[in-house]
Design a protein around this ligand. Sequence first.
Ligand code: PLP
Length: 501
Amino acid sequence: MFGFRKKIYFDNNATTPVSKKVRYRINNVLKTCYSNPSSLYYSAFEAANILLESRKTLAETINAGTDEIIFTGCATESNNMVLKSLCDHFLPEKNRILSTPVEHPSIINTLEYLKIKTGLSVEWIPVDRYGFVDIAKFEKMIDERTFLVVCMFANNETGTIQPVKEITEISHLKGVPVLSDCVQALGKIPVDMKDLGVDYASFSAHKIHGPKGSGALYIKKGAHIASFIHGGHQEGGLRAGTESLHNIAGFGEACKDIPALLEQHDRILKLKERFAGGLKKIRNDIVFNSPLENALANTLNVTFHGIDNGVFMGMLNLYGIAVSAGSACSTPENKPSQVLKAIGLTDNETRETIRFSISEATTEKEIDYVLKVVDNYFTGKIQPIGMISPGQLDKDLLFHKGLYILDVRFGYDRLSAKSLPGAHECPFFTFRRYMKKMPRDKNILVICQSGMNSPLVAYYLRAKGFRQVSFLMTGMLGWKFAQPELYKNYAGQNIKHIEEE
Ligand code: PLP
């Protein structure tokens, strides 16, 4: 983000780079095929044909029928569509969904919403230390009120591969359909709808080098589904709206590379093992939250005791290394990861945890470079950035003459928590433009909403010669909670906008 020379991308579970072939295909469709696939003239037939070809390609990739696929705006939409559709259909006669607690937020948060909105009852299937479903317990949980079982194929945070086939067989014996989120599995392990037997499965183009904003839903022939977006007849009347043809064409193009991606499996696994071994040599006390077997070859989830993952990511970012703390969909709030909590980590441990997700493009050289940076950090060759805890930031420190408070929060964050008194509000994405306005002789305290973004800025400022820089751990939300009196009496006072200073 800050334009560093080196770019090491170890965050492929968040999204993947768009491949050259996909870019070319998208540009070509945009340029040559702008007609509406629903219109009635030759160029529109061409557009409709692109749609059909992409649908065929995806269907062949996952061993499904062409009429079992609909294109959506993203996998989040696909998941929403199934959950909401089935709730509408089954409640109140049947009112129970069984789901694993390690699903993506697009499942968990939708289920939470439906619980409140419709009276749905959600039961969480017990999982073990790595998030594997406890099959014996699961089997006992299905009853006549259950109308859906939800179990993802591969986990985005830990890489755990669930026994979806077995879960589906058990569910079907009791007449209950299964939704499997296959977003992280596609392109990393074979995904075969007939073999898995599931009734619904969600997919996303941007995890397989396709474009963002393009998803798909597999609906087994005969399985119930209702229209999600009402309007025209597109996608069999289930998802109205003119199709995003270039994105769908890009999705289809990306699918064509899946066999080649799968061939890279063992090479990627070797790289991960080299990385894991290297990390263990640096710090023997690290804990791997990804299982050794039945896991994605590219994913390594690691707890480094004693670190703050915001600080660690900020430091790695300074060296051009992109990683995540967990699901990209829950990053800005810095809420403890539900996945990691479900597998037994404490809130504190979730904040000491980093997800590395490599890809077929990763090289040994990159692995060794990242190991070197991590080693330098733990051996003190890279100085850690100053951290101020919410408890430390008392009235004396808050109003200290030598303190310059830089608030890099977004506008919407400021609605839920006012800033520290005397803060200089500065946009996160463009703060570099205003560096000249920041004093070099003061202690700069960078604050954000939850303590995830501020370390990035703090590290950057230090690299640019600001000698005394620190950040507020857990951000304004943490400080508001820890210092309610100070917040009530002083927050929001005397705020300055750096653009206008
Ligand atoms: N499911 C899983 C397992 C994911 O990893 C993601 C993306 O992070 C999604 C669903 C959501 O995909 P999309 O970004 O297409 O909505």
